[in-house]
Design a protein around this ligand. Sequence first.
Ligand code: NDP
Length: 421
Amino acid sequence: MSRLLVIGCGGVAQVAIQKCAQNDKIFTELCIASRTVSKCEELKKKIESSGKSSTRITTAKVDADNYGELKELIDSYKPDAVLNVALPYQDLTIMDACLECGVDYIDTANYEPEDTDDPKWRSIYEKRCKDLGFSAYFDYSWQWAYKEKFEKKGITGLLGTGFDPGVTSVFCAYAKKHYFDEIKTIDILDCNGGDHGYPFATNFNPEINLREVSAPGSYMENGKWIEVPAMSIKREYDFDGVGMKDMYLLHHEEIEALGKNMPEVKRIRFFMTFGQSYLTHMKCLENVGMLSTAPVIHNGVEIVPIQFLKTLLPDPASLGPRTVGKTNIGCIFTGIKDGKERSIYIYNICDHQECYKELGSQAISYTTGVPAMIGTALVINKKWSKPGVFTTDEFDPDPYMDMLNEYGLPWVVKENPVLIP
Ligand code: NDP
């Protein structure tokens, strides 16, 4: 018996909530709360009319930027945990409300501010850039700062339980537990071989996605960040289930957490595949200022360019019916086992159309929403429960790996994969 409050009802949330409803022995009661309550009601109707789940669903309207509204909702619903699948902008207000109410907190992406020109945030950010050596707008420092407060309150904060971050860090913990005495290098590879037929669209929230991929790339070597210009390191790789793709080194949040929790690993990198058309569109939009988060006045009205762009682009949640092809996301490890060199590749292949048939979503929302449900289930059933704030590499990976197989994201371990130069 449990009560879960889910905040957000976009692409990822819709998968996470439908997967919670499939797991109705754990998720007996669930409240879907978001800014646009009609989306929550539509999803509730869809789940109830399928007649396949006994989860009791209610809905609520909430502005998750508003601490008072959140606290009131948590106080009245009294959930065992809150799953935040809104946007990273809301992470800290939701964590504050959970802390005040003594409720466990789970999310899929680390904090970043909506307004990157806010002088208070900017001065902390600029110091971090100098001290740590990477300049992405998102980082874990804001949420790790809650560790002691969560410990004192006796509640669990599980950060970043999507696919990457999330499953990729569980793959790292699993490799460390079962395959290596010492891991030397980790390469995380995110390949989307899907085609939605539009000249340009993003597979998850456009604002967050475009900020992430237009940031300088960086990786960790011998405990230090090395930053390079965006898209300046390119490799080719032949992905199982997808084929040959170009991929580019990006900064990504799990590198930060793995660098802290597995300091013995000598090099950690992250690569994502992009087609030429995506990169050309992105460069052009960036060059004309459409990726800017700074407000401008247009015909007497204040608009934020990247938010206006979001209005023009297809809603990622609408890509499901038209996306064909597969994703392949995983990690290549090199290291030592029993005195011998070893290398393995752990990955999942997911088919866009299979996801659409099952839940009406494309594979990017699916591969994020399923792990969001799994992380939440493990916090709620106390298998992953300890006071403080943690990433997914800090718990026993085995129950999570079992649930990936059970809930639609089966994985394989391949020995001696082709390595990335
Ligand atoms: P969407 O834009 O599709 O959905 C966001 C949802 O949050 C919408 O329902 C939106 O409401 C709601 N929301 C936004 N602001 C507020 C607010 N102030 N108060 C209440 N609700 C709000 O995003 P996605 O589903 O694509 O992404 C969700 C999260 O998943 C993001 O944090 C993203 O970074 C993360 N993600 C993580 C991945 C991983 O592998 N770890 C991969 C992909 C995404 P409305 O309907 O009114 O717009």
